[in-house]
Design a protein around this ligand. Structure first.
Ligand SMILES: NC(=O)C1=CN([C@@H]2O[C@H](COP(=O)(O)OP(=O)(O)OC[C@H]3O[C@@H](n4cnc5c(N)ncnc54)[C@H](O)[C@@H]3O)[C@@H](O)[C@H]2O)C=CC1
Ligand SMILES: CC(C)CCC[C@@H](C)[C@H]1CC[C@H]2[C@@H]3[C@H](O)CC4=CC(=O)CC[C@]4(C)[C@H]3CC[C@]12C
Length: 369
């Protein structure tokens, strides 16, 4: 329902607003947040698609900036009511150094928190990750767990370590006094593996399948369950959390929420086949040809090659010891905490999510020709 212009009074800032998830959050806010007056989109790299959003009733302000630069963050945050902090360096392939990952994910988050405190912004929603919990390096399964399920979280990799540190900073900041004397209210959302329109790894698997003559080779046993959630539902959860933080500050402040929807529990590869299958790829049962010990060896070899070749060029294949461990360890969530705390129910059914993702892969196929 269209709102009267007077009802529009809120200023939102989305960091990382031009990323895979960030773009969906931006579009969702424009469609579903009737109180929005201005939407600031902050990113290191601004997308050209932002231009088309500037003709609607909400003022869309594109800000090219770096979360590691405190003054740039403070300037963007000043005057915003709500910050949705999705910006992050998502790297489990060894493309960036651990220092850079820390700088963006941890220092960047510190800068966002300090900017809220200094400028008087009271509501902060942080995009965390399931990786904050696990899978851990011991390969312990997390089977349909919830936010209270005990699990030994041990982080050896810079990405999950940085996300865990950043999440803790956000949760600890809940209740801090911001400029003007009122308390900061924060919460963290932990998506499992996100899929949907714009998912780069899905695109990579698709192109790899085309190169291999329409086949992909199964590497992970079908019995390993991997949690997945549709990007539109993750975006919707951010919009709802941001909206409800003020009214339900006592309940939601300092809380973590897994992001979930009705996507089925499957192995990483079987789940991808839900979309790649209808686009003409098939999954070949090759586990007898490529036993697990061989994959472990290949992953270790890739890590060694990455290290040896680093002075010459960046070698960063999908398979490394960390990605193999994540893909081969069951990690699925089953919870209703977000529904209980702020009324979240998925906006997109599984059928809808699947159809939208298939259409997107087919469009990628069309544009690749
Ligand atoms: N993709 C996934 O499956 C999952 C992602 N997440 C989290 O969701 C968030 C978004 O991830 P994606 O959309 O997948 O990644 P993405 O790489 O597509 O988006 C991240 C955005 O942050 C921006 N960014 C990076 N460094 C920046 C900096 N220094 N200053 C300003 N902007 C910067 C990038 O330009 C990009 O637009 C991240 O915080 C990630 O940790 C959490 C769980 C799963
Ligand atoms: C050929 C291999 C055996 C299979 C490789 C698959 C991997 C590239 C991906 C399997 C699981 C993915 C991760 C998982 O979905 C959780 C994630 C959460 C995040 O916050 C960021 C992305 C990711 C780490 C995701 C990355 C790709 C996988 C490791």
């Amino acid at each position: 329902m269209a709102e009267s212009p007077e009802a529009r009074k809120l200023v939102y800032l989305v960091t990382g607003g031009c990323g895979f998830l960030g773009e969906h959050v931006v579009r969702m806010l424009l469609q579903r947040e009737p109180q929005l007056l201005e939407l600031r989109v902050f990113d290191l790299h601004l997308g050209p698609w932002l231009e088309e959003l500037k003709t609607g009733p909400v003022q869309v302000t594109a800000i090219q900036g770096d979360v590691t630069q405190a003054h740039e963050v403070a300037a963007a945050v000043a005057g915003a009511h709500v910050v949705v902090h999705t910006a992050g360096l998502v790297d489990v392939f060894g493309r960036a150094s651990p220092e850079t990952i820390y700088e963006v994910n941890v220092q960047g988050t510190k800068n966002v928190i300090e900017a809220c405190v200094q400028t008087g912004t009271r509501f902060l929603v942080y995009t965390s990750s399931m990786e904050v919990v696990g899978p851990n390096i011991k390969g312990h399964p997390f089977y349909r767990g919830n936010e209270d399920t005990p699990y030994e979280a041990v982080h050896s990799h810079p990405y999950p370590r940085s996300k865990a540190q950043a999440e803790q900073l956000v949760l600890d900041a809940n209740g801090r006094e911001v400029r003007g004397g009122l308390p900061l209210v924060t919460c963290a959302l932990r998506p499992t593996g996100i899929y949907g329109e714009g998912h780069q790894i899905m695109r990579d698997f698709y192109h790899q399948g085309l190169r291999l003559g329409g086949r992909l080779f199964r590497a992970i046993p079908a019995s390993v369950e991997h949690g997945r959630v549709y990007v539109g539902n993750v975006a919707w959860m951010h919009v709802l959390a941001a909206r409800e933080l003020e009214q339900r500050a006592a309940l939601m402040g300092g809380q973590v929420y897994f992001c979930y929807d009705d996507s089925p529990y499957k192995s990483y590869e079987d789940f991808n086949m839900e979309f790649l299958g209808p686009c003409g790829l098939r999954l070949v049962e090759s586990r007898l040809l490529v036993p697990y010990w061989l994959l472990v060896l290949l992953a270790a070899l890739n890590a060694l090659l990455q290290w040896l070749l680093r002075p010459l060029f960046l070698y960063a294949p999908l398979l490394n010891p960390y990605t193999l461990a994540v893909a081969s360890t069951t990690f699925t969530v089953s919870t209703d905490k977000a529904q209980r705390h702020f009324g979240y129910v998925p906006l997109f059914s599984w059928e809808d999510s699947r159809t939208r993702t298939i259409r997107w892969v087919q469009a990628v196929e069309g544009s690749a020709r």
